[in-house]
Ligand binder design. Structure first.
Ligand SMILES: [Zn+2]
Length: 431
């Protein structure tokens, strides 16, 4: 498959003298799953190529949602503004007990369709029903890093979970990768955490865990082990010989920061979820100053309540400023970088995150013909502070066009919405 996109602006996310190269005019040639050329002149290409007129558009690398629970999109709006424990006990756990494979697929499809429609080309997930999610993601054509959530209650399933992770990694032309998903320091015992980290090292599987999300978690771990959650993970071997994706990191002491600095890990900042659940504001500017990789995530649609990464980018930039009472922290380029290059690093995607020859063709086209993009003083600023998911016109992943002129090409949007509504009605109201 060859695709040519002509006459557009390109934000490659490549660095030039330490900063992101400004958008430039050019053309993009995609051959197979890779970008083969970017520039003002086009080399010869197949006569069968799909041609896209890019005038009035801007191409940029696809966004990466580095922490979500896709299937929970089914529970969007089912209990907002509640305390976490009563929400789980009254709203979520009773429904989760009833979820079937078909329900999980309906939720996964809703999430994948929403992600594609808002410019996400890869995501990292932690939940149950991993085979169903892998199938839906592969059919939709999006990249997914899938981790089965593990807590003390499900440690007996660890061998099966490791089997799934080893079997599925690299499947669907490399779209699917896998991790192990110890749920959190307070739902997994020290022994479980140590065993999962050891399995990660043995089978070369990264770890995806929630870390230091709330003050309650800090109190529980302090009471149990007289240390912080980050220290606990270090003691369980998470940062030696393992690659870790740590969701949240809202509460990190100076010693915790020292533990995390220089390690093969990424923190995933979920600013909207942290605000909505009143968890706190993660010290992202300090993490970045220390050279820690920071990615962005939406968390589940229950605590957000959508999967629009453009909202996440803007929120990350603005809450960092109010946290430090300093409007110069996390400038636009840095916020965008977290959602693209930071995300690629967090998911271990080496040939994703920049638009240049040889990289995977994971890119999105933004329709610039919108009131909120005028005047065009600074497109990078507009992408961070003015854009939203609906501005995405076209989505290409691994060389395959998944959306064109806002029409999904690999999924039936109408059917997905109807199925999700029907499923949620049955689960929530027994109808
Ligand atoms: Zn989460």
């Amino acid at each position: 498959m060859t695709t040519v996109i002509k006459n557009l602006q390109i934000l490659s996310m490549e660095k030039e003298n330490g900063s992101i190269k400004p958008p430039f005019a050019g053309n993009i040639l995609i051959e197979g799953d890779k970008i083969s050329y970017i520039g003002d002149k086009l080399p010869d290409y197949s006569k069968l190529a799909e041609e896209i007129d890019g005038s009035g558009m801007l191409a940029m690398p696809g966004l990466i949602n580095a922490h979500t629970h896709a299937i929970m999109t089914l529970f969007r709006g089912w209990g907002d503004d509640m305390e976490l424990m009563s929400w789980l006990e009254k709203r979520i756990w009773p429904i989760e007990d009833k979820l079937t494979d078909a329900d999980a697929k309906a939720g996964a499809a809703l999430a994948v369709a929403e992600m594609i429609k808002s410019g996400t080309t890869a995501f990292a997930d932690m939940y149950m029903f991993c085979e169903q999610l892998a199938e839906v993601a592969a059919n939709g054509g999006i990249r997914a890093s899938i981790a089965a959530g593990i807590s003390d209650n499900s440690m007996d399933k660890l061998p099966d979970i490791v089997d799934f992770a080893c079997q599925y990694r690299g499947s669907a032309d490399g779209l699917i990768t896998t991790m192990l998903g110890p749920h959190a320091p307070f739902t997994c015992s020290k022994q479980s955490l140590t065993m999962i980290a050891a399995a990660g090292r043995r089978y070369n599987l990264p770890l995806h865990i929630h870390l230091a999300e709330t003050l309650t978690e800090m109190e529980i771990i302090e009471e149990r082990y007289e240390c912080t959650p980050a220290r606990l993970l270090a003691d369980c071997g998470f940062f030696e010989g393992n690659k870790s994706l740590l969701a949240h990191g809202v509460y990190l002491s100076d010693e915790d920061m020292d533990l995390l600095t220089g390690k093969d890990l990424a923190i995933v900042h979920n600013p909207i979820s942290n605000l909505k659940l009143a968890s706190g504001i993660a010290p992202v500017a300090e993490m970045l100053d220390r050279g820690i990789t920071v990615a962005l995530g939406t968390d589940s649609a229950c605590s957000n309540n959508n999967l629009d990464m453009f909202e996440e980018i803007k929120t990350a930039a603005i809450i960092a400023k109010v946290k430090d009472l300093d409007p110069t922290v996390i400038p636009a380029a840095e916020a965008l970088g977290m959602a693209i290059t930071g995300g690629a690093k967090a998911l271990g995607l080496e040939d994703v995150g920049e638009l240049k020859a040889g990289m995977k063709a994971d890119l999105i086209l933004i329709d610039l013909n919108k009131t909120h993009f005028a005047p065009e003083h600074d497109l990078l600023s507009h992408l961070v502070y003015a854009a939203h998911g609906d501005d995405v016109d076209t989505v290409i992943v691994n060389g395959q066009t998944l959306m064109r002129s806002r029409q999904l090409l690999t999924m039936d949007e109408e059917k997905i919405i109807a199925e999700a509504n029907k499923t949620a009605k049955r689960l929530c109201y027994n109808k």
